[in-house]
Design a protein around this ligand. Sequence first.
Ligand code: RB5
Length: 147
Amino acid sequence: MRIAIGCDHGGLEHKNAIAEHLKERGFEVKDFGIYEQVSVDYPDIAVKVAGSVKEKESDLGILVCGTGIGMSLAANKVKGIRAAAVSEHFSAKYTRLHNNSNILCLGGRVIGVGTAIELVDLFVDTEFEGGRHAKRVDKITAIEEAN
Ligand code: RB5
């Protein structure tokens, strides 16, 4: 599986630890930065990771900012992206199972690195359930196309 990853200055330590972990697990990781502790605008990173997922260069994306919220708001502006800001295990699993989310957004100032890695593992290891949930996700796509 190919995973795009990125962060702003609120998530560098988390992003680096997650990228390392995913590589150790054998995933192909495309790192869109940042690479050092500099202040950046989170939409600039979100659009790169979201673009990689949209263009199907990557299967899933991970974004980390201070809260996970700014990254999710920005990524969700890209067509075909379903980005979820998550800080606990149940949602990390169910946003794949039921929402077919393709980007996980985490808050580097909200959760620790250990929890972040557990949430990433749940996210990448869970498949969309389809069935009745597919109809609902299709309705999200229809809203996107109509607006
Ligand atoms: C940056 O200070 C902070 O606003 C950003 O990391 C994120 O939390 C935005 O949602």
